[in-house]
Design a protein around this ligand. Sequence first.
Ligand code: AMP
Ligand code: TRP
Length: 331
Amino acid sequence: MTRVFSGVKPTGHLTLGNYLGALRRWAEVDQHRADALFCVVDLHALTVDHDPARVRRLSRQAATLLLASGIDPERCTVFLQSHVDEHTRLSYLLECVATDGEMRRMIQYKEKAPRERERGTSVRLSLLTYPALMAADILAYGAHEVPVGEDQTQHVELTRDLAVRFNQRYGHTFVVPKATHPKVATRVMNLQDPTSKMGKSDDSGPGIVYLLDEPDVVRRKIMRAVTDSGLDVVHDREERPGISNLLEILAACVGGNPEDLSGAYQSYGALKKDTAEAVVELLRPVQERHRELCADPGYVEQVLRTGAHKAREMARPTVDTAYRAIGLLPA
Ligand code: AMP
Ligand code: TRP
């Protein structure tokens, strides 16, 4: 059976980008057709300046939102990365297979390192080595597929390279995984700056729709989205990034494709109005389930405990094999 692994970092409140690029597909598709693991990758949240209490809060919230999105712990495995030691055990071995050069080429490192410096904080070494830990997340479980948004393609490519290199040097140990992406909205853009990704760790609230935003807040953010200088509604990511982003969000919500939908609109206002209502309706059931789950925190904790136990059992044999293959004696 196909094994699927994916994760979300608790570095901020989850966004519409996380939902359309990842969570929704995990819940609607992946968990039904594969043996799937979904992980709140909390160790990754420590790679940039962080507040411990906030990471704890956001980890709990992210896990709750996975369940609220319809991910069913009876069907798949939901857990926190830090509860399963195999991730860091394997990460070290992969650091011994990866090179300094390939880590420094990662786009996210190149973008985030200067941002940290600008804020006057030093760049943590873990920000550089992060892709080795991400590769370990995936390879420990022998995942065939990694459903992610477009921004993660480079990290999954690196994971593939490391798996192939390890297998060639030390004997076949790892499944070589591949990234899968949603058909539309694989890169939801910031509503105020449609040339950059809608990222949860960015501070600029007005361009980001959070999953837990009240309906009126969602409407206001979408109605105030930056549009382009033309007047007609066309889908063209290069020339019309603002309108194209709205068309893609609408298409992801109501089905169909952005090109076809563009023909139905004569004005930006009408497109914004429909997009806003479609997003409000998309988020409504998630928010309702989130409210219910918050009333029963013991349930979420139980799910995470069971998930960690299952995950540990799955990861340990592969990681033990890797330890032996690379030259370490069994304990
Ligand atoms: P992160 O928030 O970086 O932990 O991302 C969790 C998942 O959501 C990953 O699969 C990302 O690729 C996806 N994702 C995050 N932001 C976006 C976005 N703006 N558009 C599409 N997918 C996204
Ligand atoms: N790097 C991913 C992101 O920023 C999060 C992540 C960590 C991940 N480990 C993973 C995603 C393993 C998929 C599989 O979104």
